[in-house]
Design a protein around this ligand. Structure first.
Ligand code: HEC
Length: 448
């Protein structure tokens, strides 16, 4: 998918968050004005900025404040490794992006890529000599939340919530103005500047590999399948004929940048593919949660005004909730996922670390099992159905999603857009969910 809303790169702008981010923000205002849509997340019932967050970062901050734990500052990467340990984010999830497309752009280049780490609940961004560590987290009430952690040794370590600065980029029209995660792919020059005139792509599991990973380092093999990873454009425009032979099937990044500045030398291809799926899924779930809360609020206000029982269903609120549920289902079931034609193999322990986190059914199956031969996962139903993001959805939208899912998994999907799953996949997914998911509606427990 072409992606037009990118900031123009501004070398020299101050890149500190909060107050010090001012210069960058003014620079960005021109393009964000057209990207943030009309959602008012600062009003009831969301109150994004004022709400008390409920997420793993807020919990960690509580533990630090109470003195139950401490973050250790280490000479090489400051608080990074200690933070990853406390948040239970594996180092093997490291992926490296060298385009100057994010907040601390002065620190980012092909010689000093930005590193991103993630688990199901939280993502962490690290720059070499960065002034802050950037964090995005799944919140149970207000969708995606953002934090920074100063990279200076301090007595009192504070994970500082950011309610405005990050949203300039992280709340774009592609997610209907709702705060969310980002991944994209573009052409990048030797300095890491994106060649904006040459276009860019938002990437998820539906993106063909030749559109992926422009501006990212990629370690791992994909056989004859080409991609844009590890590629540095020499001129001011993208190359006419894009071959990128030297960028594909790279298993070692030595010589491209000082890999010893990072906890691991990898930017694992499997981690990248999982991250891209996850970003698309978490954004849809965050939107489903927020829209539902807003619709329910609207419905009760309307009922109050009309003197009706508070929970009298309003058609417009119900249809808004149906719409966001419908946006979750196809993505959850990997409709339109690209077909792999050669095996994908990473270089780090990401794949095994990722798979080992899964809940398994009595036959040993998990939705985290990877395929990597013809598709990303063994079973085409997102592992994020068993995550904080899904579990914290309001019941109104969750029950709609479960209802549609039940029909599709039982071969009664009727919508023309319904994902077409094989009988074998449907049966496996149903069996795994029934044994591993604790909040299924009662109807799911009856035999099919
Ligand atoms: C100038 C635009 C911009 C601003 C401002 C910005 N980001 Fe990002 N961020 C991006 C882009 C683009 C990506 C995707 C990866 C990349 O290109 O570096 C990203 C990715 C991330 C990621 C990893 C994946 C994800 O989307 O969750 C984290 C974590 C993150 N940003 C945190 C933050 C935090 C915290 C702030 C505010 C303190 C912030 N960002 C401000 C542009 C921005």
């Amino acid at each position: 998918m072409a992606d037009s809303c990118l900031p123009s790169a501004r070398p020299g702008a101050d890149d500190r968050p909060g107050k010090r981010l001012g210069a960058v923000l003014i620079g960005l205002a021109a393009w964000t004005a057209t990207t943030v849509s009309g959602q008012d997340i600062e009003r009831d019932p969301i109150n994004y900025g004022a709400a008390t967050p409920r997420n793993v970062v807020a919990k960690l901050q509580d533990r630090i404040a109470k003195g139950d734990t401490k973050l250790a500052f280490e000479p090489a990467q400051g608080y990074l490794q200690s933070l990853l340990r406390e948040l239970d984010v594996p180092e093997s999830s490291q992926v490296l992006v060298f385009s100057k497309t994010s907040m601390q752009r002065q620190r980012i280049s092909p010689r000093t890529p930005r590193a991103i780490y993630f688990n199901d609940d939280v993502m962490v961004g690290f720059c070499v000599s960065g002034q802050v560590i950037e964090i995005s987290a799944v919140d149970e009430a207000i969708g995606t939340t953002f934090y920074t952690l100063d990279q200076e040794r301090e007595e009192k370590v504070v994970l500082e919530r950011q309610t405005e600065s990050c949203l300039l980029c992280h709340s774009s029209s592609s997610n209907q103005g709702i705060p969310g995660h980002l991944v994209r792919s573009l052409y990048v020059d030797r300095e890491g500047q994106p060649l904006l005139a040459s276009g860019s792509f938002r990437t998820d599991h539906t993106s063909p590999l030749p559109e992926r990973w422009g501006g990212w380092y990629v370690t791992g093999t994909s056989g004859r399948q080409k991609h844009m990873g590890n590629m540095i454009s020499q001129g001011p425009r993208r190359p006419e004929k894009l071959e990128n032979d030297k960028g594909v099937n790279v298993v070692d990044l030595k010589g491209r940048f000082p890999t010893s500045l990072y906890p691991t030398p990898h930017s694992d291809i499997v981690a990248l593919m999982v991250l891209e799926h996850q970003v698309g899924m978490l954004n849809r779930l965050a939107r489903a949660g927020m829209e539902t809360r807003m619709a329910m609020h609207y419905q009760s206000e309307l009922n109050k005004a009309l003197g009706q029982p508070i929970d009298e269903p309003s058609e417009s609120a119900q249809s808004r909730i149906r719409n966001v549920a419908e946006a979750v289902i196809p993505y959850l079931l990997f409709r339109d996922e690209i077909e792999l034609t050669d095996r994908i193999e990473g270089t780090s322990s990401f794949a095994s670390d990722f798979v080992s986190r899964g809940r398994r059914d009595s036959k040993g199956r998990s939705l985290r099992d990877l395929d990597l031969k013809t598709r990303l996962f063994r079973y085409p139903c997102s592992y994020l159905i068993d995550s904080r993001a899904f579990d914290s959805l309001p019941r109104e939208v969750k029950s709609l999603i479960y209802g549609r899912l039940w029909k599709i998994l039982n071969g009664q999907g009727t919508g023309k857009d319904d994902p077409q799953l094989s009988l074998e996949d449907r049966t496996a997914i149903l069996e795994i969910l029934r044994e591993t998911k604790t909040d299924l509606p009662d109807s799911w427990k009856r035999a099919t």
